[in-house]
Structure formats: structure tokens, C-alpha cells
Design a protein around this ligand. Structure first.
Ligand code: MG
Length: 258
């Protein structure tokens, strides 16, 4: 099931998406929130009549770095032998169609297409064989990075945590085997990144075992799983699109921060 979060007439709700043609998609409004038991209301609205929002409002976004060997090498980094994570704050999250605001303190902002895992239930110290039980679904993410700031500051709070640096969407796909999906990114229609999730050094299971060893994960929390090779600069005016097989396309435009 594809579950979107949206606003209509000033109200925010979740809905299950029906249909396949992009311009004919319909939302069946969900009663309550999709993490608990929920029912479809049967009240339907066309997607074209609503504004899609970030599909979840995470308490935290935990992002893993250098999880594709070719990407680690393209930036001159060693391939790490253990997973390592950093945070992106909840205020960095934006939705499909929202604007990425180019920050004033950077001159080199990069795109990073990533598979995002959405957590469905509160959990800690998740054993490998239970990981599938804590996953709600998957969405597309763009780990927008001020690369110049990342190079000069030891912690990445500013480089990877500025407002609008975590586009998520367009919805969460709950029925998906995410172990071998095509992940690609275009800028103004030109392909920049292309990889497969099977190229991850540490699997989704590894990453969730690793982070849940340290902290409690909450429903709606998001885990970013690393980016394939081909990262590069974004400029004001660019349109950047992340497409993941079986999920959909997340498109955002880059604007100057006002
Ligand atoms: Mg990244």
C-alpha cells in the first residue's frame, strides 16, 4: 500500500493511494494514523486536488554515511568497516514539491539520492530476525549536503542539518522487498546517480540492528541508508528528482534562501 500525508482545506490527513497513472491517482482517506490499526474511510479525493506533505513527521532522521563503496571512493574516503550514523533534525524535513533552500553559508550544495526506511513501531535492540517487524515502509530521500561545510567542520550538524536538507516522499510504500531496487537521481532531467540498493555495504537489517543498539526508535522515525556514486552540485533553479523502483519519484526545486 502507498500511504501519503496531505493537506486539504487546511486539514492534514493520511490516505492510501489508488491508481497507477500519475495524473489519475486518488487518495482514500485513512481514519486515524497509519502506524496503529487503521481503516480506510472510503472517502476519496484526487491527488491533484491536495498538497502532498512529507509522508511522515519523524522524531529523528538517522542517516548512515558511506554505505556504497563507489560513493565513498568518489569523495576520497575509506570504505568504513562498520556502519556510522549522523542525525538530520526534524526541521530539515520537507515534502514532495517543496523547495530546497540553498543556505547562505555554503557554496557547494550536493544531492544524495537515498532509500529511506520508515519505522512503524517503538523498538530498541532489535534482533536481526525482527527487523522486518519494525519497518513500516520505504520512501525516497535526498540527503542534501553542504559539502564545503562538511569538509571544514568536524560534526555535520550544519552541513547536513540545515532547514530543507531532507526532502522525503512522495509517499511510503509498505509492501516492498527493498533489498535490490534501482535508485536514481536526475538534475533538470539529466541522470547523475544510478545504483541498486543491493550494492549497500551494510544491509538495511545491519543498519537497524546497529542504531537500535544505541537508541529507541519511534513510529515515523526515518533511517537513511546511504547514497550510490554520482553525487554532485546543485544550483539555484535546478529541479532534482530521486526515483526508486517500486516507490515513485520525489521532486524538489532549489531556490535561494530568502
Ligand atoms: Mg548521505
Amino acid at each position: 500500500m502507498r500511504i501519503a500525508r496531505f493537506s486539504i482545506d487546511g486539514n492534514v490527513a493520511f490516505g492510501a493511494i489508488e491508481g497507477d497513472k500519475q495524473d489519475e491517482l486518488v487518495l482514500d482517506i485513512i481514519k486515524g494514523i497509519p502506524f496503529a490499526d487503521f481503516e480506510l474511510s472510503g472517502t476519496k479525493v484526487p491527488v491533484s486536488k491536495v498538497r502532498l506533505l512529507p509522508p511522515v513527521l519523524p522524531n529523528k532522521v538517522v542517516a548512515f554515511g558511506r554505505n556504497y563503496a563507489e560513493h565513498a571512493r568518489e569523495l576520497g574516503n575509506e570504505v568504513p568497516d562498520a556502519p556510522f550514523a549522523f542525525f538530520k533534525p526534524s526541521t530539515s524535513v520537507i515534502g514532495p514539491g517543496d523547495e530546497i533552500q540553498y543556505p547562505s553559508f555554503s557554496e557547494e550544495v550536493h544531492h544524495e539520492a537515498e532509500l529511506a526506511v520508515v519505522i512503524g513501531r517503538m523498538c530498541r535492540e532489535v534482533p536481526r530476525e525482527r527487523v522486518k517487524d519494525v519497518i513500516f515502509g520505504y520512501t525516497c530521500a535526498n540527503d542534501i549536503t553542504a559539502r564545503d561545510v562538511q569538509k571544514r567542520e568536524k560534526q555535520w550538524a550544519r552541513a547536513k542539518g540545515f532547514d530543507s536538507s531532507c526532502p522525503l516522499g512522495p509517499w511510503v510504500e509498505t509492501d516492498l522487498d527493498a533489498s535490490d531496487l534501482t535508485i536514481q537521481l536526475t538534475v533538470n532531467g539529466q541522470q547523475r546517480q544510478l545504483g541498486r540498493t543491493s550494492e549497500m555495504i551494510h544491509s538495511i537489517e545491519d543498519l537497524i540492528v546497529n542504531i537500535s543498539e544505541a537508541m529507541t526508535l519511534l513510529p515515523g522515525d526515518v533511517i537513511l541508508t546511504g547514497t550510490p556514486a554520482g553525487v554532485g552540485p546543485l544550483n539555484v533553479g535546478d529541479e532534482v528528482a530521486v526515483t526508486i523502483e517500486g516507490i515513485g519519484t520525489l521532486t524538489n526545486k532549489v531556490v535561494k534562501r530568502g
